[in-house]
Design a binder for this molecule. Sequence first.
Ligand SMILES: Cc1ncc(COP(=O)(O)O)c(C=O)c1O
Length: 396
Amino acid sequence: MAERLELFEDLNPPQRLLMGPGPINAHPRVLQAMSAPLLGQFDPRFREYMKQTSALYRGVFQTANRWTLLIDGTARAAIEAALVSLIEPGDRVLVPVFGRFGHLKVEIARRCGAEVRAIETQWGTVFSPETLEKAIEEFKPRIVAVSHGDTSTTMAQPLSDLGKLCRNHDAILYIDATATLGGMDLQTDAWHLDVVSAGLQKCLGGPPGSAPLTFNERAEKRIVRRKHTEQGLKAPGQKDGPGPVIQSNYFDLAMIMDYWSDKALNHHTEATSMLYAARECARVLLQEGLSAAFARHERVSRALVAGLQAMGLKLFGDLEHKMPNVTGVHIPQGVDGEKVRRALLEQFNIEIGTSFGPLHGRIWRIGTMGYNAREDTVRATLDALEAVLSRENYKV
Ligand SMILES: Cc1ncc(COP(=O)(O)O)c(C=O)c1O
């Protein structure tokens, strides 16, 4: 007899306040947008929504780039799409590493067959412009791949001069703005950033699963010469580009461009509900205004920092370069960090972040991002942390 299949209980997750480094609680308007009726991917109304999404993200990325679109997947999907489409095997790629997500870009670039040079700085610090310039001059990379903010260390690398430097050395600059887009100023065009990508689940106030990406004509040129359209979709007599084929089909930006353009050439099936979510995230953000959203992240972060310091807790890293949306806090001596996180979750329904690699067991990370960057969420988190720490015999 066949085993009886268990159906488990109805889905009923607890209402948590997500104050870690992402995901955060999605904006209610975004959740509502996700429940809108599905449309076919070539329905004229859906194609219109795709165009609107591109236009809205031009506003969010502060760019006029034609190629501003979504990659279906979490933030690393757009990182992979950018790197696999830009890097030709043997290309030199420079990765300044100031946290876990720098190492991720090293790993992805290596998988793409790049000759990678990683330069590292101690976690909790960022690179000086001189160090970056020297590394670019010495290594002469084709591509420079950098995180804007690295949630693992809570640091943000200043970027405003790096684009020009890369251009002077004929390198393409890719920026991973997963953790900062919508929460910190990032001027794609004014700063000469060639390719920038993000994810929804942080300062954009959405769920994980869609990754906005923008790239300019410098990047487009490199990508288009590698275009190899799938056999089943090729027009009669259509020739492939002269460059080497992009090693991933799913993340092939040359084909994704044809899918998002008026050609509407079939590639993947666009993730309908995630596109609705991404579109609404951008609408919410642009309605508030970019400067107002950046100021709100700054203000709320200052409130959190003041509250933590008033409890006698010590903050992690170079505070001059701290992101305004994630704060690293040293776990006080004698306090069991995981026990505190568990108590916050089980007794107060509040999640804060643990940490990775060299910081594991040393710091907690508290996020104030997107929809959750508010005074009331900070107050609730500080009150709960104070109560839990007092029980742990930490003198607040
Ligand atoms: C800077 C940065 N890059 C990439 C990622 C990975 O994003 P995802 O987990 O959505 O793929 C994160 C997630 O925290 C991040 O902070």
